[in-house]
Design a protein around this ligand. Structure first.
Ligand code: NI
Length: 174
């Protein structure tokens, strides 16, 4: 993903609002979900597949269905948390990023219904903020504390870690 200069530029641009949920948008959502599952990610924003529109998809490991957020807006952001974060557009790295702990986002779903998503810490709170940043051209390492750097992510195969171990805290990879 984001393999050429045009795609890189889209990652740094503020995305446009979706004017109406038509067949093109539904196709975009399908493409985003395909990419998300291919890459084993938790969340994906449209600019990550080269489309400058305000659409994000999030599929938490423990949930059956993905969340589709069109034209999302933060309505509440409070508290603070710190934890590992990674991005499908910045493969092979991980960083410790401060985020709001309590986050509420409103967005349209793929049927045009207005939905609210409330998260108190954890993967959903982190994924929502990470993906919303993508829509504003912000990459997670922009938010590294001063003097901190990304770390090279250790490959799961090298660690002999059971990826399905429920005790293992998943890293937000979005
Ligand atoms: Ni990302």
């Amino acid at each position: 993903m984001a393999s050429d200069a045009k795609d890189e530029a889209i990652l740094r641009r503020k995305s446009n609002k979706v004017p109406s949920i038509d067949r093109g948008i539904l196709r975009l959502i399908d493409d985003m979900l395909d990419t998300l599952y291919e890459q084993n990610g938790v969340g994906l924003a449209a600019p990550q597949i080269g489309v400058s529109l305000r659409v994000i998809v999030i599929h938490l490991p423990e949930e059956e269905h993905p969340k589709i957020l069109i034209n999302p807006q933060i309505v509440k952001a409070e508290g603070e948390m710190n934890g590992d974060e990674a991005c499908l557009s910045v493969p092979g790295y991980v960083g410790q990023i401060n985020r709001f702990n309590d986050i509420t986002v409103k967005a349209l779903n793929e049927k045009g219904q207005l939905k609210r998503y409330k998260a108190n810490g954890g993967l959903l709170a982190r994924a929502l903020q990470h993906e919303l940043d993508h829509l504003d051209g912000i990459l997670y390492y922009d938010r590294l504390p001063e003097g901190e750097y990304l770390q090279e992510a250790r490959r799961v195969e090298d660690d002999h870690v059971d990826d399905h171990d429920p005790e293992r805290e998943p890293i937000e990879n979005a």
